[in-house]
Design a binder for this molecule. Structure first.
Ligand SMILES: NC(=O)c1ccc[n+]([C@@H]2O[C@H](COP(=O)([O-])OP(=O)(O)OC[C@H]3O[C@@H](n4cnc5c(N)ncnc54)[C@H](OP(=O)(O)O)[C@@H]3O)[C@@H](O)[C@H]2O)c1
Length: 293
């Protein structure tokens, strides 16, 4: 089967550049649409010009949009809505992967404030996509390893502690950690897969379903010593959040939902990426953490 031509909108981003690499590695003719102000104006497309966006999406079969998950009601939603309008008019796009790649938005109807803002925004895009009848796949990716596993799930840290670590609540709640390159590889796999059409595909590699304490133990084993552990109660978490700026509060809300509430793992899933695509050799967190030694 001929591989879909893939357009990546946001291909310069943290996840976006990995999607571009994975798409090329999988043999998809791959195009990147980026803001004209950063360099070449691909096909003279401007995000604000409906006509040129339509012309661009007509040249491809699938669109992936890993644009910023900014923590403010901002430009990213209008941009995706413009993209949806363009795809609707073009009428040729066989698969759209909007900017999801995290907690399953549809399950976050009662998310805490102000975290709910980003879920509400992503839901607005879902409604537009489904209303326009564009075939979609929503990728629910768990915790990006670089953001979460690297810092042993300590808010504000991206490198693992060497002496003491803050444990979120009991530390026993199961989360999911995924190497961002694996997120990209799985996402690209879904593009031409009819089993993923109009579905949410969950990335839940079984060996990477771990609690914070399990992750810490893996690290302790690698460094050959125990860390001191302090527990942060849920009340302390919310008290600390009050003094933080808005964007940080949005991010901290995610720690609450993932590590206290268990929102990534407290339900069964049907379409799971490592089962659908066993040929993707996903990275185990023991191997991931070795880069910090
Ligand atoms: N599960 C997790 O743990 C986790 C963690 C982080 C992110 N995510 C999700 O992953 C997705 C991608 O996030 P990311 O961190 O990779 O984003 P990012 O690094 O901030 O990437 C941003 C991309 O979006 C583009 N962009 C932003 N605003 C734009 C605008 N107004 N017009 C055009 N392009 C714009 C940027 O273009 P420029 O280069 O021109 O700025 C860049 O290519 C989001 O849905 C996010 O929620 C999940």
């Amino acid at each position: 089967m001929e591989k879909s031509r893939v357009l990546v909108v946001g291909g310069t981003g943290y996840l976006g550049r990995r999607i571009v690499n994975a798409s090329l590695a999988a043999g998809h003719p791959t195009f990147v649409l980026h803001r004209p102000e950063i360099g070449m104006d691909v096909e003279k497309a401007s995000f604000s010009d409906h006509g040129s966006l339509v012309a661009v999406v007509r040249q491809v079969d699938a669109v992936v949009c890993p644009i910023a998950g900014v923590h403010l009601r901002s430009h990213q939603i209008p941009l995706q809505l413009k993209l949806v309008e363009a795809m609707k008019e073009a009428g040729n796009v066989k698969r759209f992967l909007p900017s999801e790649f995290g907690i399953d938005t549809a399950r976050m109807g009662s998310a805490v404030e102000p975290s709910n803002v980003s879920f509400d925004d992503k839901m607005a895009v879902r409604r537009a996509v489904e209303g326009a009848g564009i075939p979609f796949t929503y990728i629910s990716a768990g915790c990006f390893a670089g953001y979460f596993a690297g810092g042993l799930c300590e808010p504000g840290r991206i490198l693992p502690a060497k002496e003491r670590v803050t444990i979120l609540g009991s530390g026993d709640v199961k989360a999911i950690f995924v190497d961002e390159d694996d997120v990209a590889a799985y996402a690209v796999k879904t593009i031409d897969d009819p089993r993923a059409e109009n579905k949410t595909v969950y990335i839940r590699p079984p060996e990477n379903v771990l609690s914070q304490l399990e992750l810490v133990r893996i690290w302790e084993d690698l460094i050959g010593r125990q860390l001191d552990k302090l527990s942060l109660s849920v009340d302390d978490l919310f008290t600390a959040m009050k003094g933080m700026d808005y964007g940080v509060q949005v991010g901290m809300g995610r720690y609450y939902h993932v590590f206290y509430e268990g929102c990534l793992t407290n339900f069964e899933v049907a379409e799971e990426a490592s089962q659908l695509y066993p040929e993707v050799p996903y990275t185990r967190m023991r191997d991931y953490l070795k880069r910090y030694l």
